[in-house]
Ligand binder design. Structure first.
Ligand code: MN3
Length: 201
């Protein structure tokens, strides 16, 4: 996870900054071809940047102190008083069944992509959706607000889990930051806007 953050996330950030700089230069020079070539690069790295920025907030150390001395609320599911948990139970029967369904859908992603728990603002319901590569949810599903998501790129799990993708998805739930999902759910249901569509600063 640390390598994932330090190396891959830094690459998206650096590449995004470079693409913005190059695009500005190409626009200054009126170089239409360069602008056209840079737009997908910009999109990809922008998606990688925002998706990962959310992803780190979705994870937290477990309550017991870990190797590096961190302690958090990772994996601690809120109690039944939580409106989020009530919504999950209403729709998926139990938290476990929800997690199983999420892992099942995530496991079906072919190649690179992300699996997301979202709030459908039209249907006023939860949903599990996937996006490919680094596409952010709101560029594909404009009525959906992101509550939680898991990086299903191979670089997210190969170091620790090799090809055991299913084990990685299961392990994510042991460090999931449910408080963050709850906060996002409350904001989405109340219709409170976030900065930059998908993420709150
Ligand atoms: Mn990644």
């Amino acid at each position: 996870m640390k390598l994932h953050h330090d190396k891959h996330h830094k690459a998206y950030t650096d590449n995004l900054n470079k693409a913005i700089k190059d695009l500005k230069a190409a626009l200054d020079k009126n170089d239409a071809k360069a602008v056209k070539d840079l737009l997908p690069v910009l999109d990809f790295n922008k998606g990688g940047y925002v998706n990962h920025k959310m992803f780190w907030k979705f994870l937290q150390p477990r309550p017991g102190r870990d190797k590096e001395g961190y302690r958090g609320q990772g994996g601690v599911v809120p109690d039944d008083k939580s409106p989020l948990i009530q919504a999950i139970k209403k729709q998926f029967e139990s938290v476990q069944k929800f997690m199983d369904k999420f892992n099942e859908i995530a496991g079906k992603i072919q190649g690179s992509g992300w699996c997301w728990l979202v709030y459908d603002t039209k249907k006023k319901a939860l949903a599990i959706v996937t996006t490919k590569d680094q596409d952010p949810v709101w560029t594909v599903y404009c009525d959906m607000r992101v509550l939680f998501g898991v990086d299903a790129w191979e670089h997210a799990y190969y170091l620790q889990y090799k090809s055991a993708k299913a084990d990685y998805f299961k392990a994510v739930w042991t460090v999931t930051n449910w408080q963050e999902i709850q906060r996002r759910y409350d904001d989405a249901v109340a219709g409170r806007k976030w900065m930059g569509k998908g993420d709150k600063k």
